[in-house]
Design a protein around this ligand. Structure first.
Ligand code: ADP
Length: 228
């Protein structure tokens, strides 16, 4: 057992999907833990179950067996409302596609989750502007997503994901839609942010160069999460 408590822990998790008459086993007896400040790459082929794992870790899906602990709290069996609450406070998500709200500016997109959580517009706007500056898209804060490049959209999506200062950042191929050079720059920004803020991150990626820059790499093998 490690001396520090993990910020995220999957314990003997099982997840199966129905497939015709039978079932498709994605995870079985799968365990994983993420230490504070740790940045871990999840590298596995398409269809292996990376998104499923991230959805379980982010409390968007429930495990069929086992439990998921976020910041030490057992979350696998909580109600939807309780899981939403934990997700809002502790977890940030970045997807392959930005999922920004098209009718709002970059700044407003980053303000939104903070205001949902109860911050005033002034406080949310101040933090949003700081984050966009830090991620080097401050000069685009009044633009809508359609007026931003792919790399800029992902920087804004990263700012939004960390707007509420989560404990854990989960990212599903965050640079997967970008050309290699832009992917490198966006990952630089993401890594700097994670390192500087002491966040913990689990990042699914196909990009072995980016995976090599993280503290540890895991993959899915035989429905388990194993070190790579
Ligand atoms: P990855 O992210 O590694 O590409 P996924 O987690 O998306 O993998 O999917 C793993 C497997 O589970 C795939 O074979 C996929 O078709 C299947 N799958 C994912 N979600 C569902 C679902 N809701 N119902 C049935 N099968 C699913």
């Amino acid at each position: 057992m490690s001396a520090v408590s993990p910020v995220l822990e999957l314990v003997d998790v099982g997840r199966h999907y129905k497939e015709g008459q039978g079932q498709l086993t994605i995870l079985e007896g799968a365990s994983f833990s993420l230490a504070p400040g740790e940045m871990v790459a999840l590298v596995a082929p398409s269809g292996a179950g990376k998104s499923t794992l991230l959805h379980l870790a982010g409390l968007l899906e429930m495990p069929d067996q086992g439990d998921v602990f976020v910041a030490g709290r057992s979350a696998g069996r909580l109600s939807d409302d309780e899981r939403t609450q934990i997700r809002r406070n502790e977890i940030g998500f970045v997807y392959q596609f930005h999922h920004l709200l098209p009718e709002f500016t970059a700044l407003e997109n980053v303000m939104m989750p903070q205001m949902v959580r109860g911050l005033t517009a002034a406080a949310a706007g101040e933090r949003a502007a700081q984050l966009l500056d830090y991620l080097k898209v401050g000069h685009r804060s009044t633009h809508r997503p359609s007026e931003l490049s792919g790399g800029e959209q992902q920087r804004v999506a990263i700012a939004r994901a960390v707007a509420n200062a989560p404990t854990v950042l989960l990212a599903d191929e965050p640079t997967g839609n970008l050309d290699p050079e832009t992917a490198g720059y966006v990952f630089d920004a993401l890594e700097a942010l994670v390192r500087q803020s002491g966040l913990s991150a689990l990042i699914a990626t196909h990009n072995h160069q980016l995976a090599a820059r993280m503290d540890r790499r895991v993959t899915l093998k035989g429905a388990k999460i194993v070190d790579l």
